[in-house]
Design a protein around this ligand. Structure first.
Ligand code: TMP
Length: 215
């Protein structure tokens, strides 16, 4: 089972993935936590280039292709082998982030993004996507608080530094994708406190027959 977590900056994906992995492991499930960009040794190097504020003059097409390159490496070397060995893969961002950030927010043709995904990764889609929905002003305030306190890396802030309108397009883009694919997406209100959000996600996972978590 391939489960992805999406949302704007500061929506709490990383914390919730840890909570969900802990829950699944307590129920005897073998799971892998991974992320994009990153997740592989090569991917972490690509991540450093993509998120470095000094990469601010990066062309949008360069950005798109670097995210795609990271994904090919990640899916082929880690995601598919882990799924094949029966693990539940919990991934912090995936393909939907490209559609939303590079497509809706940067303005690259979404058809091109979809076509590339079909060509290079056989259109591999998650079984379930948890969208942690949050107003950008709240998410950005949380993200900057974490950066200033040292909990998040200051050298990875290229996207946090984008204009507010960019983050609004990202949020709207995610909600649009969720409307288009209701069978795959689950929207969770990320403005609630950490425990409530976690409980909500666990309830959604329990409703998913593929995970066999019902009592
Ligand atoms: P994060 O791992 O801290 O969420 O940071 C990853 C950043 O990369 C985030 O700002 C969203 C951005 N991103 C894209 O623009 N396109 C993508 O395809 C992915 C996976 C992430």
């Amino acid at each position: 089972m391939f489960i992805t977590f999406e949302g704007i900056e500061g929506s709490g994906k990383t914390t919730q993935i840890q909570n969900i992995a802990e829950f699944l492991r307590s129920r005897g499930r073998d799971c892998l936590i991974t992320r994009e960009p990153g997740g592989t040794r090569i991917g972490e190097k690509v991540r450093a280039i993509l998120l470095d504020p000094q990469s601010k003059d990066m062309d949008p097409m360069t950005e798109l292709l670097l995210y795609k390159a990271d994904r090919v490496q990640h899916v082929k070397k880690l995601v598919i082998p882990s799924l094949s060995s029966g693990k539940i893969v919990l991934c912090d961002r995936y393909f939907d982030a490209t559609v939303v950030y590079q497509g809706f927010a940067r303005g690259i043709d979404v058809k091109l993004i979809n076509t590339l995904h079909k060509l290079i990764l056989d259109d591999l889609k998650p079984d379930m996507t948890i969208l942690l929905d949050l107003a950008p002003e709240v998410g950005l305030a949380r993200a900057w608080k974490q950066i200033e306190s040292g909990k998040r890396a200051g050298f990875e802030t290229r996207f946090e530094k984008e204009a507010f309108a960019f983050h609004q397009r990202v949020r709207e883009g995610y909600l649009e994708l969720a409307r288009l694919e209701p069978a795959r997406f689950r929207i969770v209100d990320a403005s609630k406190d950490e425990t409530q959000v976690c409980e909500e996600i666990i309830n959604l996972l329990c409703l998913n027959n593929g995970l066999g978590l019902k009592e």
